[in-house]
Design a protein around this ligand. Structure first.
Ligand SMILES: Cc1cc2nc3c(=O)[nH]c(=O)nc-3n(C[C@H](O)[C@H](O)[C@H](O)COP(=O)(O)O)c2cc1C
Length: 359
């Protein structure tokens, strides 16, 4: 089994110095028009300097109506390219591979945030989101591809498509939500068509060495586990992407779906034939031992979210001492500020993850 500090080479792109990747983390630190702020730059470059082999941005929306959060980083306009260029430069100067997570919030946004009725794969009574027309789906595909081209122009090494957490691509994959009757809905094949067309489009629009990854949820968020497994199997079997990022929220958990009762959720994915696609995982990897256990369970790389919020230099600490003891929650807000979490980010974290805070 590989160690988290072994280097890794995807099919495309530069060699990555280790297998600790920064998880995409929404931090609400961008300017309201989606351009990069000093706070967002500082937060991410601190992680690149802290030794992460790959530094991924937060979810960055490819259409204005796909904005899911105030202060979200945008990639829906050419006006974002200047800030993104500075960000890619800063990350790469620290010898970290720079990736943008491409996102559209779909039904997980509000009229207050986007100034219009939210849109998704199919009319959704609970959220009030409306289903996209066929030509709007084609425009969405084009805009994901344009987002990737902007990331490329800004100097990023690649992009990850956010297909998880009940955002728009996940809504398309979901049998529960996507009841469309055109070629983008209904059967498993039709529900996955949007993802395939975006992948094909990015591969032909961007340079050969541009890295392409996909993030999926494995359960909940409207996803049947069997559909997630089949989607993962198809992506790896078609060998069309460089990496697959499974967002499990707890890498050591047991599958909840009755069909897979008693089985480790992670094993459903590590057991698949990968061809040349490298598989990684995120969820409750808090300590060096957790990272090693996940690697030993058969993934190619690990992603840290909350552990990286608490410790910007987790990988560097691991390089110096494989048994270092990470800081434990709760911590004072001054500690988080010193780790590059501005007031805006802390307000967001406090609302959803109050366990971070000792004060
Ligand atoms: C503050 C915060 C923001 C997040 N933002 C995103 C995001 O923008 N995109 C995404 O795919 N996942 C997002 N996630 C999920 C993380 O990427 C990660 O999968 C999850 O936190 C589990 O990993 P962890 O236990 O190491 O934190 C977020 C999680 C947190 C805590």
């Amino acid at each position: 089994m590989a160690s988290p500090i072994d280097s890794i080479q995807f099919k495309h792109g530069p060699k990555i110095k280790n297998r600790f990747f920064l998880a995409p983390l929404t931090n609400q630190q961008s300017l309201e028009d989606g351009t990069l702020s000093e706070d967002e730059y500082k937060w991410l470059t601190m992680r690149a300097q802290g030794g992460f082999g790959m530094t991924m941005t937060c979810a960055s929306h490819v259409q204005e109506i796909g904005k899911g959060f105030p202060g979200q980083l945008g990639i829906w306009s050419d006006s974002h390219i200047e800030g993104l260029t500075r960000l890619a430069d800063g990350i790469k100067q620290a010898d970290s591979v720079a990736i943008v997570q491409l996102h559209h919030a779909g039904l997980r946004t509000t009229k207050e945030i986007v100034g219009d009725t939210p849109v998704t794969a199919f009319d959704h009574a609970e959220s009030g989101a409306r289903g996209l027309t066929n030509s709007e789906v084609k425009k969405l595909i084009e805009d994901f591809i344009t987002g990737a081209k902007r990331a490329e122009k800004a100097g990023f090494d690649g992009v990850e498509l956010h297909g998880a957490h009940s955002y728009i691509l996940c809504n398309f994959l979901s049998a529960e939500i996507n009841q469309r009757e055109d070629e983008y809905g209904g059967s498993f094949e039709n529900r996955g068509r949007i993802l395939s067309e975006i992948i094909d489009g990015i591969k032909s629009a961007c340079h050969r060495e541009f890295i392409l990854g996909v993030r999926l949820s494995a359960e909940k968020f409207g996803m049947r586990t069997a559909d997630s497994v089949e989607t993962a199997r198809k992506l790896m079997n078609d060998d069309v992407i460089d990496f697959l990022d499974m967002s499990l929220w707890d890498v050591f958990k047991v599958a909840e779906d009755e069909q897979f009762a008693g089985q480790s959720l992670l094993s459903l994915f590590t057991d698949l034939e990968r061809k040349n696609v490298q598989l990684g995982v995120a969820g409750k990897i808090r300590t060096p031992q957790d990272a090693e256990a996940a690697m030993n369970a058969g993934v190619d790389w690990v992603m840290l979210g909350r552990a990286a919020m608490l410790e910007c230099d987790f990988p560097n600490k691991y390089v110096n001492d494989r048994n270092f003891k990470p800081v434990e929650m709760p911590v004072p807000s001054s500690y988080l500020a010193a780790q590059g979490l501005s007031d805006k980010f802390q307000v967001y974290v406090r609302g959803r993850w109050p366990e971070f805070f000792a004060d």
